[in-house]
Design a protein around this ligand. Structure first.
Ligand code: PEP
Length: 247
């Protein structure tokens, strides 16, 4: 596993220019925490300005189109994200899978398009509550990993996987330490099956209601290489409390 914990804030559809002050504050604090890798994924309208406002932290997109350009009104391509200053993009977030009907195949194509455009990728996977209750969580997530991660030569080196149980996103509920550990172990095994030794180096983040008061425990779980943070990333204060727990 890569050595530095990676804490990524997903701002979702939140933020206008005033949010740049939060990005600046996060960036200033990150300079004092060299043992954590920090990034934010603002809405696309703020990527360029965030890139200009910060020096150290990563800046990413929240999604990209499967194609590089074309007649897709309202969509944003990976080369456009790159041109705006993004270093990476999230793909396959459960809100995209659920609200936009994205399949594993679509997510994989997006991840490959992003890699081809020079972006690192964070591929999200996670089970819904009924799947966990039925005892199928590891099988479901294993199949998502299998179907969603990029297979282009070299893409594994720029890949992060985020395990985000759908029922934990924005709900204040988190799985037990044992369940997170078991799932991350299963994802690691799947990545090694897919990529061989390179799969052992892929960072696996946990996401879903990570807050200041549970971050240290979640981040101490074996194979948890960081966190993907939604709601608690919207102010520098709450996000930095999580970043601090990783330092
Ligand atoms: C997310 O949507 O990626 C997420 C983890 O959200 P939250 O932290 O708000 O649960």
């Amino acid at each position: 596993m890569a050595s530095l914990p990676y804490i990524v804030g997903n701002w979702k559809m939140n933020g206008t220019r005033a949010m740049l002050n939060e990005a600046r504050a996060i960036d200033r604090a990150a300079a004092r925490l060299p043992r954590v890798q920090v990034a934010v994924a603002p809405p696309a309208t703020l990527i360029y300005r965030t890139r200009e406002a910060v020096e150290l932290i990563g800046v990413g997109g929240q999604d990209c189109h499967v194609k590089e350009s074309g007649a897709f009104t309202g969509d944003i391509s990976a080369p456009m994200l790159k041109d705006a200053g993004a270093d990476f993009t999230i793909v396959g977030h459960s809100e995209r899978r659920t609200l936009h009907g994205e399949t594993d195949e679509v997510v994989r194509t997006k991840a490959e398009t992003a890699f081809s455009a020079g972006l690192a990728t964070i591929v999200c996977v996670g089970e819904i509550e009924a799947e966990r209750d039925a005892g199928n969580a590891e099988a479901v997530v294993g199949a998502q990993v299998e179907g969603s991660v990029p297979r282009l030569e070299g893409a594994v080196d720029k890949l992060t996987v985020a395990y985000e149980p759908v029922w934990a996103i924005g709900t204040g509920r988190v799985p037990s330490v044992e369940d997170v550990a078991a799932m991350h172990k299963a994802i690691r095994a799947k990545l090694v099956t897919i990529y061989g030794d390179a799969g052992a180096q892929v960072r696996i983040l946990y996401g879903g209601s990570v807050k200041a008061d549970n971050a240290a425990e979640l981040l101490s779980i074996p194979e948890v290489g960081g966190a993907l943070v939604g709601g608690a990333s919207l102010t520098a204060e709450s996000f930095l409390a999580i970043v601090g727990a990783a330092a």
